[in-house]
Every structure is written in structure tokens, then in C-alpha cells.
Write a protein that binds this ligand. Structure first.
Ligand SMILES: [Fe+2]
Length: 452
């Protein structure tokens, strides 16, 4: 079944909740995949796009990159081109980006990213749906980089975000929330997307930083019930998408990452038949499951597209079986670079380049700490290097979500043996904690949806 044949132009009488609080009925014409057809969605997050107009390749930008967490901000344009290339090859019906669209909410980054998304929709026929993350709106950290200095630059308000991304979800919403940038969208008759805005940007100016933690307001929880009722009346399934985690994904990082009062959000989703959520924020590839009254709900945290291993999710909805199947794939940066005639070695060998960049970063920080810590004064330099390499490698595996297959080789290494007998401390606990995690598959999931 071709993409075009699955589509039908349906004049829909849609009930929209207006911004002034009054419901209004609005006639819209929408493209949707008809009932009874399968649906494929590419899920990605934390693109952290930085407009090329906001940086040179001078010392200020280089220092910012070196102090960061591995985001490949110097290749933002290429990353979106490569994503467009992959979408052209894979032809998903829809694309979801679950927040932290930009580096730090720069207006120029939002505008340039929207141009890329428009191009992707035009070139491939797919439909893109976005929500904001904690970095995207009223961010006091918005910066441009020139020569030796960083300079403040404009961020966006919630209203501006809604306008810039109108074509990517908001303008085609079935229902919008009055108290957040949440909306309900229907890429197909049978599978709808509950796009939840969990970011809190109102206090960012006073805080001087983007607020890390997320929440769903009580009024938005009630709005979710309206969405659930609407979907049930139409016989549609819902998948939820939010920036913050619905469920804990890490033994080490939870505060500010799992959405506040997540029990209430879980209740709201489960009572509306929602069993699957997609999130970002934590930059770790991880699938968590929670059971309540015999029902499971899953939170699939896609790792950040901007960070090694630059992977995204692929979700397939089967109409006949009422199932969801999730898997992951690596961004085809090298394939795109070759196809577009790039002569940049970093792009042509992007996996090696970005992996080394990511792993060496945590290894060299760990090596510095070990070298300065008197507790490790009796260790040789070679031993400290071997131990630091273990930290770098385990960290890489942790973020890629491949511990079940890749931890064994690290545990067999001399550097790991040295950590086992090392003096007690934070890094030793981190190393032993990472290697002791229960193996699980963070790259595949099969979900049987509830009856509709
Ligand atoms: Fe992020």
C-alpha cells in the first residue's frame, strides 16, 4: 500500500478548545490515514538544534562544546539533512520530536529548525509533530558565539513557539489544552497522539536558567480525560508523547527527569487506555515498564538525536493485530554525507568520530579526577588511564542503552578489576552500579493495545 493510497482527504468537523476558554467548532480539512490501515512513526528527541547563524568555529564555541555533554552542535544542519535523508528512505507516515528541539531555545534556532522540518514534510510527504522541552521556551541561556565570547540572544515565548511550529502539530490539533502547549493530533483515524507539554518555563527569567523538572497541571490531567473520551468515541488508540520521563529510567538520575507526581499522570493515562509513552530529556535510551492493577504502561525514552550514538525509534502500528512494535536505528549521517558529496572526514566517518568524542570526554574528565585525588596517588598513570577508559566506555554504553550486550567486555577488563578493589567513592559506585544493572532490551518492544 503506497503512502498516497493510504491517505484520504477528510473534511472533519473538529471540536477545538480555543485559547479564550470557549469551545468552538471549526471546520478543517485534514490529511489522515484511513481507518483499518497500519501506521509507521519515526520517534526522535533532543535534537538541540543550534542555528549556524549563531556561531562561528572560534574559541568561545569550541570551549562551549568541550564543556558540554557530547551534543554535536557544530553539525546541527547536517544532522537535520541526514534525518531528512533517512525519512526519505524509510518513509514513515509521521515523525515525532519530543522536545528540546533547540540547544537553548534560541529564536534563530527555532526558525531555522522549522525550515528544515518544512523541507522534510515537502520532500518526503511525512508529517512532523513536536512538543517543547525544558530548553525550548523563555530560556535565559540562549546564546550566540563569536570569537572569544558568548552573547545573549533572543529566546521565544510560548506564543511564539506555538506560531513557529504551527505546521508541526498545533494547526492541525483535534484538541488543544488551555493551560499548556499540549495538544491531541490524529495522523490516522485509528492511532492518535497525545502531545503533552510537561516543561515549566514561567519562572525561567527569575531562576536565570531553564527549569529542569516537569509537571502536568491538574487542569491538563482533566483535559487528558476529554482527549480519552474523544478517542474512545472514535474507536482510536492513543500514544502519549512528553519531554520528561513518565517512569524512572536511571538509578542515578531521577530528580528533575521523571515528571513530578508521576503517579497522577500514570493514573490519567491508564484510565484513558493509554499504554505507551515516548519521552526524551534524560538522553539515555531506556524502556521502563510499570504495572498497575494487572495493566502495563511503558515509557520509551529515546536517546538524544544530537548525542552519540545518534539513534531514533521506529514505531509500527498494526491495525489487524492492534499492536505496537518499536525498534531503533542509527541516524544515517555517513550515508547522507557520502550521497551528498561531502568531503568532511568527520561526517564520512561520523560513528567513529562522534563515539570517540563522547567516550573520550568522560574518560578524560575521570582521568583528571583520579590524577588529582590523593586516594589514588599509589596508582600508576597506566592504571589511572585504564580505569578512566572504563568510565568512558560504561558511560557510552549506558547512554546507548546497550548494557545487556556490551557490559561484559568492559567487566572483563583490567581497568574494571582495578575499580573493584579501588577506594570507596562516587565514581567507583557509579562504575559498579552501571555494570550491575539488570540486563534488559532497550531497543525493542512489543505492546498489545487494549480493545477499542
Ligand atoms: Fe536535552
Amino acid at each position: 500500500m503506497s503512502y498516497i493510497r493510504k491517505l484520504a482527504i477528510l473534511p472533519l468537523l473538529l471540536l477545538l478548545s480555543s485559547c479564550n476558554g470557549q469551545d468552538e467548532v471549526q471546520q478543517q480539512t485534514q490529511f489522515r490515514i484511513q481507518s483499518g490501515h497500519d501506521l509507521s512513526i519515526l520517534t526522535t528527541t533532543d535534537t538541540h538544534y543550534l542555528s549556524q547563524s549563531l556561531r562561528d568555529l572560534g574559541p568561545a564555541f569550541t570551549r562551549f562544546l568541550a564543556a558540554g555533554d557530547g551534543k554535536q552542535l557544530g553539525y546541527s544542519n547536517e544532522m537535520m539533512e541526514a534525518l531528512g535523508y533517512d525519512i526519505g528512505v524509510r518513509k514513515p507516515d509521521a515523525v515525532i520530536i519530543s522536545g528540546d528541539l533547540t540547544n537553548n531555545g534560541e529564536k534563530a534556532s527555532h526558525k531555522d529548525l522549522a525550515k528544515h522540518l518544512r523541507q522534510i514534510e515537502q520532500d518526503t510527504g511525512t508529517r512532523v509533530y513536536v512538543i517543547p522541552g525544558n530548553h525550548d521556551i523563555q530560556n535565559p541561556w540562549a546564546r550566540r558565539f563569536k570569537d572569544q565570547h558568548q552573547y545573549s540572544t533572543d529566546s521565544v515565548t510560548a506564543k511564539e513557539f506555538r506560531k513557529i511550529y504551527g505546521p508541526f502539530g498545533y494547526d492541525e490539533a483535534l484538541l488543544t489544552d488551555e493551560d499548556s502547549l499540549s495538544y491531541l493530533a490524529a495522523p490516522s483515524d485509528d492511532l492518535w497522539l497525545l502531545m503533552l507539554d510537561t516543561a515549566q518555563y514561567g519562572n525561567n527569567k527569575e531562576l536565570g536558567n531553564p527549569q529542569l523538572d516537569g509537571r502536568v497541571r491538574a487542569s491538563t490531567l482533566k483535559w487528558i480525560d476529554k482527549c480519552g473520551e474523544m478517542a474512545a468515541a472514535s474507536g482510536a488508540q492513543i500514544v502519549a508523547v512528553m519531554h520528561h520521563s513518565l517512569l524512572d529510567h536511571s538509578d542515578f538520575i531521577q530528580e528533575g527527569f521523571t515528571v513530578n507526581d508521576n503517579a497522577e499522570v500514570i493514573d490519567a493515562l491508564l484510565r484513558n487506555g493509554i499504554r505507551t509513552t515516548f519521552s526524551g530529556h534524560i538522553h539515555i535510551q531506556d524502556i521502563s515498564e510499570y504495572q498497575q492493577d494487572g495493566e502495563s504502561i511503558y515509557d520509551i525514552a529515546d536517546s538524544a538525536l544530537s548525542v552519540y550514538p545518534h539513534q531514533y525509534g521506529l514505531l509500527n502500528y498494526s491495525s489487524a493485530n492492534q499492536t505496537l512494535d518499536y525498534s531503533t536505528a542509527k541516524l544515517g549521517m555517513e550515508q547522507w554525507a557520502a550521497a551528498s558529496g561531502s568531503t568532511d572526514d568527520n561526517l564520512l566517518h561520523f560513528n567513529t568520530y562522534s563515539e570517540a568524542n563522547f567516550t573520550k570526554r568522560s574518560a578524560s574528565r575521570s582521568y583528571s579526577r583520579l590524577s588529582e585525588d590523593p586516594a589514588y596517588a599509589s596508582y600508576t598513570d597506566a592504571e589511572r588511564k585504564a580505569m578512566a577508559d572504563v568510565v568512558g566506555r560504561l558511560n557510552e554504553i549506558y547512554f546507548a542503552g546497550t548494557g545487556s550486550t556490551d557490559n561484559a567486555a568492559v567487566i572483563a577488563s583490567e581497568g574494571y578489576r582495578l575499580w573493584q578493589s579501588a577506594p570507596a567513592g562516587g565514581t567507583r559506585s557509579y562504575v559498579l552500579g552501571l555494570s550491575a544493572r539488570e540486563p534488559k532490551n532497550n531497543h525493542q518492544l512489543h505492546v498489545q493495545l487494549p480493545e477499542r
